[in-house]
Design a protein around this ligand. Structure first.
Ligand SMILES: Cc1ncc(COP(=O)(O)O)c(C=O)c1O
Length: 407
């Protein structure tokens, strides 16, 4: 009997079957404690963008921790490396001049954005704009706001009312958002939260023009558009740092984490466009919000080293290249009788959708037996989101292993 309570787990099954203990990683591979090697199909939980085993990040963190681990980011206090990182993020932000508030992860970022959206309208003299809107199938983390915004019903069951004034609309039809605006009035809606590609809900790329249309609805009705780029940010969508840049979304707020440090150290960041930051930067008004570890100096050092690697090794191009490689090598799996469809072709993400979602856990185990560490997201969607350093041969091996596991 172990003492560890895993996240998102049937602990009875873990007690019965034991845990899958991962001991080390190198590039696109991981090894378990028995020494068996696996292709890491998911880059951990969508985050190891630069691959495992990067000494350079570990060294940067060690150097920072032995100089100053962290102090505070409240009031006027910060550390030079944190300032430097904020400057760097602002320079690559989809909206130039964005201000950066650091968090400890994606759920923190979403909670921060939800509160900031409401606070912004309060400052703008519209305190009635408190409704936050998410989409069916969406995943926005597991704090109260993110759970309330999420569109995966089982994640919301059994907690009573999570957050007052939170609503969910259909994920793929802009008219669902317009309808809500007509129903409740734009003067009630603070923000619309949108993953450019639905990730944990099962990897669903947006229908053509969906993002542009919901962006326009938000603009026309003075609703803040929040791009949740916790998964898609920092290159996962390929060719640019953010999906928002690739799709021209100009988000009012953008939530990030994961790829910021490639998960070497926990860290997240909220990007606030100048319009949203302005009332809080012009003097006299505080956003009474912040986290002890926001802007943690060691985490900021990890992020700087991680971004250096992405730039030096042209990993945004590598990720763009993976968009077609994953599509080419995974889409033939759609012909397998156990597979309903393969969703691929946008960004370094794909899903092999099982015809019978209940086969997800068994398939994950069958994949392990074939040398692939994977996961079933959404409803039986085998998540494929490798690190950007995976080679074409490893993608071919990955597809072949999944095919054998399906057989
Ligand atoms: C889109 C999105 N938002 C928020 C989160 C929550 O991030 P975290 O688990 O770091 O709190 C996730 C995590 O997968 C996510 O995919």
């Amino acid at each position: 009997m172990g003492s560890l309570w895993h996240g998102f787990a049937d602990m009875g099954a873990v007690e019965r079957d034991g845990a899958f203990e991962v001991a080390r990683g190198e590039g696109a591979y991981i090894w378990d404690t028995a020494g068996a090697r696996y292709i890491d199909a998911t880059a951990g939980l969508w985050f190891t963008n630069v691959g495992h085993g990067r000494r350079e990040i570990a060294d940067a963190v060690a150097a920072q921790l032995s100089t100053l681990a962290h102090y505070s980011n409240f009031g006027d206090i910060t550390a030079p490396v944190t300032q430097e990182l904020a400057q760097r993020l602002s320079a690559i932000a989809p909206v130039p001049g964005s201000k950066i508030m650091f968090t400890s992860g994606g759920s923190d970022s979403v909670d921060t954005a939800a509160k900031l959206a409401r606070r912004y309208w309060h400052e703008m003299g519209k305190p009635g704009k408190t409704l936050i809107v998410g989409r069916r199938l969406a995943y926005h983390g597991m704090h109260f706001a993110g759970t309330a915004l999420g569109g995966l019903a089982p994640n919301r069951e059994g907690y009573g009312e999570l957050v007052a004034d939170a609503r969910t609309v259909e994920w793929d039809d802009p008219r669902a958002l317009s309808k809500l605006v007509d129903e409740v009035g734009a003067d009630r809606i603070a923000a619309f939260f949108c993953e450019p590609i639905i990730g944990a809900g099962g990897v669903y790329p947006p229908p053509a023009d969906y993002l542009t249309e919901v962006r326009n609805i938000c603009r026309e009705n003075d609703i803040l558009f929040v791009a949740d780029e916790v998964v898609t940010g920092f290159g996962r969508i390929g060719g640019s740092w953010f999906a928002s840049t690739r799709f021209g979304l100009e988000p009012d707020l953008m939530t990030t984490a994961k790829g910021l440090t490639s998960g070497y150290v926990p860290m997240g960041a909220v990007f606030a466009a100048p319009r949203v930051a302005e009332p809080f930067f012009s003097g006299g008004v505080w956003f009474r919000h912040g986290y002890t570890y926001g802007g943690h100096a060691g985490a900021a050092a990890a992020a700087m080293a991680n971004l250096d690697i992405v730039e030096r090794e042209n990993l945004l191009d590598a990720s763009k290249n993976l968009e077609s490689l994953l599509h080419e090598h995974l889409s033939p799996l759609a012909g397998h009788p156990r597979v309903a469809e393969v969703r691929s072709g946008l960004g370094a993400v794909a899903a092999v959708q099982l015809a019978d979602p209940s086969e997800g856990p068994a398939m994950v185990k069958a994949m392990r037996a074939q040398g692939v560490s994977g996961r079933a997201a959404g409803q039986g969607a085998l998540q494929i989101s490798p690190s950007f350093v995976i080679t074409e041969q490893q993608v071919i091996d990955l597809a072949a292993a999944i095919e054998r596991a399906l057989g």
